[in-house]
Design a protein around this ligand. Structure first.
Ligand code: F6R
Length: 615
């Protein structure tokens, strides 16, 4: 949520910053801006409402020289998206520029106090308060920019990742974080790159340092990086090697990242399983489970916390853990969990599921549970992100960078890891017999090949989607393991096509939503051959009896549901507990093609951002 990029080195900064903004655009794209200190010592700030292309068009004819700069792509929190509210923000004297990701909760109080000291504000943002506060501290005490940033960050309440430059010292960037991510790329002492995540850095260097909460980085041109901790002591510079490749960050011939990511799933699931399940399906190695045997053996309850799509994966996780491990499982919206007084103790295992590893609510929920003695296990995608660093242990999903704002391959990766962790824990606790264990691990190994088969439905889904572009509402129904898949299908459709869609447990329909059924509202029903197939077929009958129109996802060879439904999509047979890994694929494609048919910006849907680092 909001993307920050900074550069200091021997090259021209502007092209590096703009390229970085394009890479970070998935974090927010309602406006963007850049600040440079040019060779004559002028601080130049260019900002524009809209996507980064707009900024480029606006800046084309401007003075763009300089080897130091900071830039930002915004997801608005305070103040509407417009040129004035866009970052970077500039201090009253025009000397200091700052970009910020996060929210400052006490900004109004600080603003009133600064007004009394003669400060005026041009924007409606919380960020402008911070840059004025830094200048005020510098001016009133005569301290350095570093000291002023330290002092100002002590006075603010909230979350921040910031980068600050001062035209009086064009050889330095100061960066700081609390609860919002920042990573520094190092190319010897010749160049430093600063960003919200590693995606804009990887083409320049594979050596990065992740800032920890409360740390401030002092990035001086041609000098060694310094990082100072919240207690004012020098932090050790821990360099991490990036494993990401540039090709993973490009569209590779697909019109959208989302379609590329949908089609990548055979490979991403294979990568996720690789080295974890032996070829014969006999052995399953999840080191995070093995190394914490006792915690899983003694667990009296599992609590899964997550948001959005990851929460849907968590719901499938509940079924998996309850079936294989016979441990009670609760699945919580992280945002609700953190503000209740949840009953958590030492016998609890809390599993935090997050693609980005940066979601503010999920991070806060796990910190809360950690403080109450729970064992914290993370299931994340982005290596080195905040959640994996805050957990006791965990398991990465290894599906590669997900750029499309609508999550696809991360969802199937999360479900795959939840299945493997549940199997590993079940075996440890002796609650799953060998035959069942082997049949599921063997089916897991077949999933990449089965997804290849399902992806052949693409053309048919594209055709079907054209029928549905007229619809204003959709209902998605599923039961058991596929109820969360129905929720996820509905979420995918609404977030990228802007068509209202609701997911429901199929049998609940008759308790209310059935009133909505008519021939205008398509109902998508997941009716694969499972233990409750007949019940789901009855639910389809109930929709048809009210003149509803049904698209059914069925198992190959189905002869009952397909005769009643208006349209069917057949998927291969697989064990019930893994079926969401297949049923979710046509639903992803349906959302994608419907959104394309409606002319939507699929990778950058309105109002959304990929990494939700604010509450
Ligand atoms: C929907 C989507 C969001 C995220 C949610 C949590 O397609 O991507 O609902 O799932 O914002 O994000 P993470 O998984 O990064 O914690």
């Amino acid at each position: 949520m909001c993307g920050i990029i900074g550069y200091i080195g021997n090259r021209e900064a502007y092209p590096i910053l703009v390229q970085g903004l394009h890479r970070l655009e998935y974090r927010g794209y309602d406006s963007s801006g850049v600040a440079l200190v040019d060779p004559s010592g002028e601080l130049r700030i260019y900002k524009s409402k809209g996507k980064v292309d707009e900024l480029e068009r606006f800046a084309r004819s401007k003075e763009l020289g300089g080897t130091i700069g900071i830039a930002h792509t915004r997801w608005a929190t305070h103040g509407e998206p417009n040129d004035t509210n866009a970052h970077p923000h500039c201090s009253q004297s025009g000397r200091i520029a700052l970009v910020h990701n996060g929210t400052i909760e006490n900004y109004d109080v600080l603003k009133q106090a600064l007004r009394q000291h003669g400060y005026d504000f041009r924007s409606e943002t919380d960020t402008e308060v911070l840059v004025q506060l830094i200048e005020y501290v510098m001016d009133s005490s005569g301290c350095t920019l570093f000291d002023a940033v330290r002092e100002a960050t002590h006075r603010i309440v909230g979350a921040y990742a910031i980068a600050v430059i001062d035209r009086e010292n064009p050889n330095q960037i100061i960066a700081a974080r609390r609860s919002s991510p920042l990573v520094i790329g190092i190319s010897g002492t010749e160049a430093y790159y600063l960003a919200s995540d590693a995606t804009p850095i990887v083409e320049f260097t594979d050596e990065v340092v992740y800032l920890n909460d409360g740390e401030i980085a002092v990035i001086n041109r041609n000098e060694k990086l310094r990082i100072v901790g919240s207690d004012n002591s020098e932090s050790k510079i821990n360099i991490t090697k990036l494993e990401m490749s540039i090709s993973e960050l490009e569209k590779g011939g697909y019109p959208h990242f989302m379609l590329k990511e949908i089609f990548e799933q055979p490979k991403t699931i294979a990568d996720c399983i690789s080295g974890r399940i032996s070829p014969d399906g006999e052995r399953l190695t999840i080191s995070g489970v093995l190394e914490n045997r006792e915690r899983f053996l003694k667990a009296r309850r599992i609590v899964i916390v997550a948001c959005g799509t990851s929460w849907h994966a968590g719901l499938i996780g509940k079924h998996l853990f309850e079936e294989f491990c016979r441990i009670p499982v609760e699945v919580e919206y992280a945002s609700e969990f953190r503000y209740r007084h949840p009953v958590i103790g030492e016998g609890d295992v809390l599993i935090a599921v997050s693609q980005s590893g940066e979601t503010a609510d999920t991070l806060a929920a796990l910190e809360l549970a950690k403080g109450q003695g729970a064992f914290i296990f993370g299931i994340c995608n982005v290596i080195g992100s905040s959640i994996p660093r805050a957990t006791h242990s965990g398991c990465y999903i290894h599906v590669g960078p997900e750029i499309g704002v609508a999550s696809t391959k991360a969802f199937t990766g999360q479900v795959t890891v939840l299945a493997m962790v549940a199997l590993a824990v079940g075996r440890l606790r002796g609650t799953i017999d060998d035959e069942r264990f082997r049949s599921v691990t063997r089916d897991l190994r077949r999933i990449p090949m089965l997804i290849e088969e399902v992806l052949k439905l693409d053309g048919r889904v594209r055709e079907l989607s054209k029928i549905f572009t007229y619809a204003h509402n959709f209902l998605y129904l599923g039961r058991g393991y596929n109820y969360p898949a129905a929720l996820e299908g509905a979420l995918k459709l609404k977030e990228i096509s802007y068509i209202h869609a609701e997911g429901y447990p199929a049998a609940e329909m008759k308790h209310g939503p059935i009133a909505l059924i008519d021939n205008e509202m398509p109902t998508v029903v997941i009716a694969t051959s499972d233990s409750i197939y007949e019940k789901t077929v009855s639910n389809i009958q109930q929709v048809k009896a009210r003149n509803g129109r049904v698209l059914a996802i069925v198992t190959e060879g189905d002869e009952v549901a397909s005769k009643i439904a208006d349209w069917t999509l057949e998927i291969p047979e697989v064990c019930e507990c893994l079926s969401p890994l297949l049923t979710s694929i046509p639903l992803q494609l349906l959302a994608y093609h419907t959104a394309v048919s409606k002319g939507r910006d699929v990778d950058r849907p309105r109002n959304l951002a990929k990494s939700v680092t604010v509450e």
